[in-house]
Design a protein around this ligand. Structure first.
Ligand code: NG1
Ligand code: ZN
Length: 551
């Protein structure tokens, strides 16, 4: 009774916007910030219910629109593992966001609570960790989220302030494991595992003086700010942060990982002065990372190192450590455990990367776009490495593999301390602590890249040359109804509208090494077109002809 009247009165203060239909897409709800008060309020309710459903575990609620323009915002939920909200609840999220009146909203909630058996009078209160990026609209949206949370009796909101998306996911995961989960703990875990990897670098590894320097484009967002703090705890690495948001630049405008990856030009704040230097770009909420270098003084073009190449670097390193670990040594330590290593990509992965990874003998799988799909697949392996081409990805380790690794390390150290095998075990353990197991994290990814390059003695140039990207082109086409396109086989085939796939096939066949696909975006009202082929002209032309088929 009390609960119902509380919901009715509080939701009346957050009327939904007229004439818009919101959907919990690839990355939660996203829209112009002005439209989102009621949505964020309602997601606050959803987060509290989710917590109650899961024995009052901590749930995360993040307010961000990532790489989108500053006037946009968004909201998404992190489940207790630190991963994305279970897909099973997405339809409820959609229904909640679009309920036209407080009465409808209440009705939906009552129905759902019953169906899902949610203990409203739980033994412990719901707990929600809140975070937001640097967008000016974040503050009032955060207030709306708090109102939503407190309209479920007893629910507790814990505000973490301005954090990166992966920091919030990391904190949710850590709290639910019962370990310390402040921002300081996050920095401490990253810097100490980074140090551990640096201490284990083979003594023969050579690194040129010029390669010590790394320049990072912070997208004028939260990531640059956090990196300024983190870098003070790191030895042996000279990081310069540009576009940290303090020098007047606008979030994601001509800067950031999305811009750099899509436009393949230098972001603001970088110039021909940076020729040859290793550079990296974060996106607006620091869950994406790409590297790049400026090849010549005469143009603003860059050599891009995208998510696929980061994945390749990680895969090469991990494969090397596993093979050291499994070498028949002079020890009689039992090593019958064969960890399963899997690599997960999406259709956007450059074809050359997939070829390269398969040539390394790795198992490569594909899922639809969106980290929720990639992460889920990767979690089926002892070591699952996943990346989207845009630089969003991470490495996940199974509990059983980490246990085995701990005990292996212990056994090895009792035979010959400091053996190559033991070092390999220690490196893998350090990677599992450095890399964010909850979700893709630009800051932890950056430190892992830096440590591996140092380990290999590679310049960014050497890394770029692992393989040569096939030229590609991405386009977006505005359509009346993007749901008219339906895909299958990890989005590589369009099954609707009828006949379109045949037409795409016919176009693609005209180009050597041609590949093309279309899919409805989960974050924008567009159909995306991707094409690759043996030359840039061919990729552009293929993308253009496929875009015409969609129009
Ligand atoms: P959509 O709009 O569904 O293509 C985009 C990215 C995804 C993912 C989400 C969430 C591309 C082609 N798509 O999704 O990979 O990062 O945003 O931010 O980059
Ligand atoms: Zn992002």
């Amino acid at each position: 009774e009390q609960q119902q009247s509380l919901l009715l009165s509080s939701s009346a203060r957050f009327p939904p916007p007229q004439g818009v239909r919101l959907s919990y897409g690839t990355a939660g709800f996203r829209a112009d910030a002005g439209l989102l008060q009621s949505t964020v309020y309602r997601v606050g309710i959803l987060a509290a219910l989710r917590s109650l459903k899961l024995d009052s575990s901590v749930i995360g609620l993040m307010i961000t629109a990532s790489h989108n323009k500053e006037s946009d915002n968004g909201v998404k939920i992190a489940d207790p593992s630190g991963g994305m909200l279970s897909q099973h609840w997405e339809p409820f999220a959609d229904a909640l966001a679009n309920a036209p009146s407080p009465q409808h909203l209440l009705h939906l909630i009552i129905e759902f609570v019953e169906k899902e058996n949610i203990p409203l009078e739980g033994a412990r209160p719901a707990q929600i960790l809140l975070g937001r990026d640097t967008r000016p609209s974040g503050e009032s949206l955060l207030e709306a989220a708090k109102q939503g949370i407190s309209s479920i009796l007893g629910a507790v909101a814990i505000d973490m302030g301005i954090v990166t998306t992966p920091q919030l996911h990391w904190m949710v995961r850590a709290r639910n494991k019962g370990v310390k989960a402040s921002e300081l703990d996050y920095f401490e875990q990253l810097s100490s595992s980074f140090r551990c990897l640096m201490d284990l670098i083979p003594s023969g590894s050579t690194f040129n003086e010029v390669d010590y320097k790394l320049v990072v484009d912070g997208a004028n967002g939260v990531g640059g700010e956090k990196l300024e703090v983190l870098k003070k705890r790191l030895d042996g690495l000279a990081i310069e942060v540009r576009n940290s948001g303090k020098d007047g630049g606008v979030l994601n405008e001509g800067v950031g990982a999305d811009y750099v990856q899509k436009e393949k030009v230098v972001p603001r704040g970088f110039s021909s002065q940076d020729v040859g230097i290793r550079c990296a770009s974060l996106d607006g909420d620091a869950d994406r990372l790409v590297y790049f270098s400026v090849p010549s003084e005469s143009s603003s073009k860059i050599d891009l190192v995208d998510g696929d190449k980061m994945l390749s670097l990680f895969a090469v390193f991990i494969k090397e450590q596993l093979s050291i670990l499994n070498k028949e040594g002079h020890t009689d330590v039992n090593s019958d455990y064969q960890p399963r290593l899997g690599v997960i990509q999406t259709a956007y992965a450059n074809g050359a990367s997939t070829d390269y990874l398969r040539r390394l003998g790795l198992e490569v799988l594909f899922t639809p776009t969106g980290v929720k799909y990639l992460h889920e697949k990767a979690a089926e392996y002892d070591i699952g490495i996943y990346f989207e081409a845009n630089g969003h990805g991470t490495i996940v380790f199974s509990e059983s593999f980490l246990c085995w690794l701990e005990s292996r390390n212990y056994e090895l150290s009792s035979v010959v301390k400091g053996s190559e095998q033991q070092k390999a075990a220690l490196r893998l353990l350090a990677v599992s602590k450095l890399i964010n197991q909850a979700v893709g994290d630009a800051l932890s990814g950056l430190l892992l890249v830096e440590a591996i390059l140092r380990h290999m003695g590679w310049s960014i140039h050497r890394w770029t040359e692992l393989y040569q990207d096939l030229p590609s082109r991405q386009l977006k086409v505005k359509v009346v109804d993007r749901t008219a396109v339906v895909t299958a086989n990890a989005e590589t085939v369009a099954v609707r509208p009828p006949g379109i796939q045949e037409a795409i096939n016919a176009e693609t066949a005209k180009y050597p090494q041609g590949r093309s696909f279309i899919r409805p975006s989960g974050t924008e009202d567009v159909i995306r077109v991707y094409a690759e082929a043996s030359t840039q002209e061919a990729a552009d032309s293929l993308a253009n002809s496929v875009a015409k088929l969609v129009d």
